[in-house]
Design a protein around this ligand. Structure first.
Ligand SMILES: C[S@@+](CC[C@H](N)C(=O)[O-])C[C@H]1O[C@@H](n2cnc3c(N)ncnc32)[C@H](O)[C@@H]1O
Length: 299
């Protein structure tokens, strides 16, 4: 039976490369019984939060997001939401869920970016001086398309958003925190190589894709060397008899990943029905930006 989207919890972060929309196709391909589910490149945490297993381990090299999940998991949703509201109020940022758009002399179409520009700039600069998880989340809410982007000096530099802490974001945040509060999930922030994998684990691997662009691929974040390192790491898991699933694409906008293609010959390749047309990938010409997602497994 096909799972419906709304059965899954959505990440509160609008994460580039997030697998929320693919979960209904990926999850049925996971092993039926999992003791420890390891989400090695957790990103927006869309997969880990929905994992069905006795224990869940979620890792990402980005320590800001991992600290944020740790903060969420040790606080209840009402408390977090009320703290977010106090920060919004303190900085004089808009609250369209309470006052609507007219109150801020704009329409839903034009959005609140003009109104929030100055206050957002102050918030972002305060966050850059004092990087707490809560300030990170509020800054992200008011950041353009909720995109996480740091410059080479490690400063968050996404410009202001059209939207604010609207009903949808509130709902996603609440459901996510409520689920985190009742799940046995441990967070780590390290390079994938340094995560200890028990023999009874299933490992889900969703690395940056060589063939696509994302801010976490910038500044030498992911390259051919990293790709090869990961593939031989996965061969190592396979030799230990550990089941894995690897998300990726063979091709994007004419750019082919031949390293991956050749390597995958020893495993099972499942083609998924998805195109990044639906997603937030940066492209002016959305019609040409089609990417076929695959899932490579050893079982
Ligand atoms: C495609 S995203 C994961 C998206 C996630 N599955 C979701 O559904 O939200 C890839 C992630 O890999 C992380 N990453 C990049 N290099 C890494 C490394 N060497 N070790 C661990 N994580 C890494 C990035 O920070 C990014 O969050």
């Amino acid at each position: 039976m096909q799972h419906r989207k709304k059965e899954y919890i959505k990440s509160p972060l609008n994460y580039t490369g997030g697998k929320y929309k693919l979960l209904s196709q990926i999850e049925p391909l996971f092993p039926k019984k999992i003791d420890t589910f390891v989400d090695l490149f957790a990103g927006g945490c869309n997969v880990a939060i929905n994992a069905k297993a006795n224990k869940v381990v979620a890792n990402d090299i980005n320590s800001e997001i991992i600290q944020l999940y740790d903060y969420f998991s040790s606080n209840n949703s009402d408390k977090v939401i009320s703290k977010v509201d106090s920060i919004i109020c303190k900085y004089g940022l808009s609250d369209t869920s309470k006052y609507g758009y007219v109150h801020y002399s704009c329409t839903s179409n034009s959005g609140v970016s003009k109104y929030n520009k100055e206050a957002y700039s102050k918030l972002r600069s305060d966050y850059n001086k004092n990087k707490t998880p809560l300030l990170f989340y509020v800054t992200l809410v008011f950041a353009f398309n909720n995109q996480i982007r740091f410059n080479s000096r490690g400063e968050f530099n996404t410009p202001v958003n059209k939207r604010d802490f609207n009903k949808n974001m509130r709902k996603n945040l609440k459901l996510f925190i409520d689920e985190l509060n009742q799940k046995e999930i441990r967070f780590y922030s390290d390079d994938f190589n340094n995560i200890e994998i028990d023999d009874n684990s299933f490992v889900y691997i969703d690395p940056p894709y060589l063939a696509t662009i994302a801010s976490y691929n910038e500044n030498g974040g992911w390259n051919e060397d990293k790709e090869m390192e990961l593939l031989s790491y996965i061969d190592g898991l396979n030799k230990r008899g550990i089941k894995f699933s690897l998300s990726n694409v063979f091709e994007n906008k004419g750019k082919s990943n031949n390293i991956l293609r050749e390597w995958s010959a020893d495993y099972n390749v499942h083609s998924l029905n998805f195109s990044y047309n639906n997603c937030n990938y940066q492209s002016k010409d959305k019609t040409k930006n089609t990417t076929s997602e695959i899932l490579i497994t050893n079982y």
